[in-house]
Design a protein around this ligand. Structure first.
Ligand code: FMN
Ligand code: FE2
Ligand code: FE2
Length: 395
């Protein structure tokens, strides 16, 4: 029934779309959904590259059968064991009992732990080659992109890279799979948000993986989420290259929490200063309203960050604390930083915020604290802080 989507003469897309789930990993909003991508490489032998979330097994199998008919699958290559891709392993094995599961030693530990599967395993290591007939699959270990077992598979004859989560993005595929057949605009911000949320802690391993892949000639990147990158493959690699090195463009995120608007007034004053200083890209986020994944995504995008919080029960406002923890976890590098806070009797917020920036060795421009309502002196200090920030950003 399904029209098989061809990536090349012998490689097919058999992934599925998720538009129901509101939160990926039960925490990250999915305004445009997400796709779980899987691919079939057909030759004398047939290899399935990764599976999909188990909820979609039924349609997944129908797509596989629309390509293969009654032919069996010989190999199931597991590039990544996170359940959004490994979820259908057990059911694939039930349907195709002779399938050999291809993975590395770490993959197999996890397959045993998740599914109790210990037989029909075909172990590969870095540089291993699996012949399917005319086509051979080469394997590249890319540990911690973003789990220990993650690897990539390269179909040499067609120059297709099956990259796992790397180069992936949120956003379901709305009728088209390959980038040159669709408008890709919405996917770029969703690629950065995906990276910032899920991969962002692992900049060093990602950079290592990119170095390892450099010698490969690539015609298309087939990730496990989002479009197949053909005409945008260089842009995709360049995006990852920059993200993995925490490279940012000139701009500032002002992220603040505020119960009654006092801290918010300070945020606006700082932002006025930044714009007055000649920086056009300034984004204010109320952390209680905008999900942290969107804020983090912009923190990965822009070189400047300003954080503000009221003092709340002798501590930070919890939503600001949560954002700070996420920033720390990702060890974001090379940011120009400032902070501000509001209190009524004894300010604690700045004492909690500033050490995070110090530990990350950021360039700290300054801080402003106000008691009770924002008054002219501190209003002017906030504007000056923004102006100083802008000076550094423009350099
Ligand atoms: C539940 C609660 C707890 C607070 N705890 C403290 C505190 O421990 N120390 C302090 O100086 N101010 C405390 N405050 C006062 C706020 O920090 C102060 O009103 C601040 O201006 C609020 O900023 P906002 O208008 O941006 O929410 C608390 C306020 C509330 C509502
Ligand atoms: Fe993953
Ligand atoms: Fe994934």
């Amino acid at each position: 029934m399904y029209n098989p989507v061809k990536i090349t003469e012998s490689i097919y897309y058999v992934g599925v779309n998720e538009r129901r789930k509101t939160l990926f990993e039960n925490q990250l909003p999915l305004p445009y959904g997400v796709s779980y991508n899987s691919y079939l490489v057909t030759d004398e032998k047939v290899a399935l590259i990764d599976t999909v979330d188990v909820c979609y097994f039924d349609v997944f199998l129908k797509k596989i059968e629309s390509v293969l008919g009654n032919r069996p699958i010989d190999y199931l290559v597991i590039n990544h064991m996170e359940p959004d891709h490994s979820g259908s392993i057990r059911l694939i094995k039930e349907k195709y009992p002779d399938v050999q599961i291809v993975g590395n030693a770490k993959t197999f530990e996890m397959i045993k732990g998740y599914f109790g599967i210990t037989n029909n395993l075909y172990e590969v290591n870095d540089g291993a080659i699996l012949n399917l007939g005319q086509t051979a699959l080469e394997f590249y270990m890319t540990p911690m992109v973003h789990w220990p077992e993650t690897m990539m598979t390269y179909a040499k004859a067609d120059k297709i890279l099956f990259s796992g989560d790397a180069f992936g993005c949120f956003g379901a595929l709305d009728g088209g799979v390959i980038d040159n057949t669709i408008n890709t605009e919405k996917y770029w911000a969703e690629m950065r948000r995906y990276y910032a949320s899920i991969i962002g802690k692992y900049g060093v391993p990602v950079h290592k993986a990119l170095e390892k892949l450099k010698p490969l000639e690539i015609a298309a990147i087939c990730s496990t989420h989002g479009p197949v990158w053909k005409e945008n493959k260089e842009k995709t690699i360049d995006t990852y290259n920059k993200l993995s090195q925490y490279e940012a463009s000139a701009g500032v995120v002002v992220a603040y929490g505020s119960m009654y608007g006092n801290t918010e007034q300070m945020a606006e004053a700082v932002a006025e200063g930044i714009v007055a200083g000649g920086v056009k890209d300034v984004v204010l986020y109320d952390v209680s309203k905008t999900d942290a994944s969107f804020i983090l995504s912009d923190i990965f995008k822009y070189s400047g960050l300003v954080i503000g919080s009221p003092t709340y029960m002798n501590d930070l406002l919890p939503a600001v604390e949560a954002l700070l923890r996420k920033i720390e976890t990702r060890a974001i590098k090379n940011r120009i930083f400032a902070s501000f806070g509001s209190c009524t009797w004894a300010g604690v917020a700045l004492k909690r915020i500033n050490p995070v920036a110090e530990n990350l060795k950021w360039d700290i421009v300054g801080s402003v604290e106000e008691k009770q309502g924002l008054k002219p002196e501190k209003y002017n200090d906030c504007v000056s802080l923004g102006l100083k920030m802008a000076e550094k950003i423009k350099k």
